[in-house]
Design a protein around this ligand. Sequence first.
Ligand code: AHR
Length: 630
Amino acid sequence: MKMLKEKWHILSALAVMVLAALTIGGCHMIPLGDSGSQKGVASIIGVSQANMREEWRVALINELREETEKYEDIQIVTTDATGSAAKQVQDIDNLIGYGMDLLIISPCDEKIMGEKIKEVYDSGIPVIVMDRSVEGFDYTLYIGPDNGVIGQQAGSYIIDHLGDKGGDVVVLQGNPASVQGTERLSGFKGAIENAPGITLHEVYLAAESKDAAYDIVVTAKNIVENSDIIFAYSDSMALGACDALKALGLDNKVMIVDCDGFKGADEGIDLVSQGRLMATVSCPIGGKEAIDYAFSILNNESGVPKQVILRSNIIDKSNVEENLNRINADTSDDGRKIKVGYSQVGQESNWRLANTKSIEESAKAFNIDLHMEIADQSQEKQFEAIRSFIKEGVDVIVVSPVVETGWDEVLREAKAAGIPVIMSDRNVLVENREENLTTTYLGADFVEEGRRAMRWIRDNVDSTGGDMKIMEIMGNVGASPTEERDAGFREILEENPGYEISYSAYGDFTFDGGKKVIREYLEKNEWDIDIIFSQNDDMALGAIEELKAHGIKPDEDVKIISVDATTEAFEAMVRGELSCAVECNPIIGPQLMKAIRDLCSGKQMPFRIITDEKVYDQSVAEDYIRKRRY
Ligand code: AHR
């Protein structure tokens, strides 16, 4: 961070420039968080907003300002790109010129802004990307909702409400250029598409506003009066529709469901309280989270993930009070000791040992009383551990599950006991997501890891000479890293003719498992494999040992790519045996403990917290090996 005094000079100059620019009417700079307070400033956060036309973008800026007020030494400077990527690039250059320490950006355009974001990130300024992601991973953190899921939730709610008899639904369509709106709509249509007896009537607004919604509902009176539900994808559109229904005398006949669920008078939650909206699907804006993480980033704190996918809830009359209480509750951490039961899958790999250590060490640092049970790869043992935690009355249960399926019953028991469950490292597949049996899932993006492995192969192992044979050494049957890494790998493989998976076998994520896969293959075949994709380092190292014992030279006779990137993998790359290691970061203790403390102080958990990971190969192994923490 730069010196306080220097900042003040910059900020004063900025304020003068802004005032000057405002007088000529072309500037959208909003100085100093609009707080007017003259506190000491240690850090400037530049906020580059794509436009200030869309309602929720204005809400984001307001939330960012509100949150910034809580920090003594942070100020925000906001710019409005008015929907133009060229202007947004210019805005960012201006913010850099003003000495911004961190950029928060809601990008206009994935491609152009992706390049600019990369440039800023590479220059050493941390970047938080909000609401709309960009290509690649060249940013510090992404925070956003899943608009497709929001639309889906609205669709499922309407299907449930209409039941078997079905009905007519009017969809109020807005600006086709709004990515959020388009994603919500496609999620909504996807959910409703195959529902029996539902007829959709789509009507288009001239502009995305309350007035435009009012006008269109009045104009479309003939359709509306014969309908059961209006689906509006924003709070302002819903408010316009509410007023129009009242004017038409249809407010007791036609229901409205919308998305946004903002707080404040006449916004979604208030309209549900007033009984004017049947339901709203909340779209968390993420301003709170952005400032919270910005503070951690500026202070070099650990525990900052790569992506945070925010959670959306259906709010109707059955839970509106509960939601209002949650929103208005004091969520400051009282620092009390929290009791956590952790069911760890086993000790199968070096990755797992580093993961366990990270969790144990962080628990101490976060004043958390951790009770960890190691399950030795047994789902039965994990059930026993969870049941014993329930009996003990812990505050939170954390599970790293051996397989994805079969958890519904025990998770229901935890829910019935009022104990929230967090999934750590690996996730579960439940029968009905709406049951909300888990609160959040924190860990790597396994699908992306698989993609990264195959992309490295595509870019580094020439396939022009014919079909390259790949051996895939998988983890244990039914585990999420096994299934998802395989899916990601195959996704990129399919786009690249010239490579084929000619042999697959399970090695259970262990060194011995990797050895066994090679041994068994060589018992039946001559060695004819060009590439090994091993789903973890331990299996790759076991495979390397076995290959060498058979006179097959790793990296020379066969390229070997593995996942995890532990110190042992780096050593193997430096020795010239392992070709590439895709990172899966086991150091998730700080993020997990932060999530646990947030959960216990009443903050809403994001849907998903994704860790930060990279790809390393022999060309960089020497440089990175000294920095490895696991
Ligand atoms: O779930 C993460 C995986 O499990 C790691 O990649 C592997 O090494 C571990 O055993």
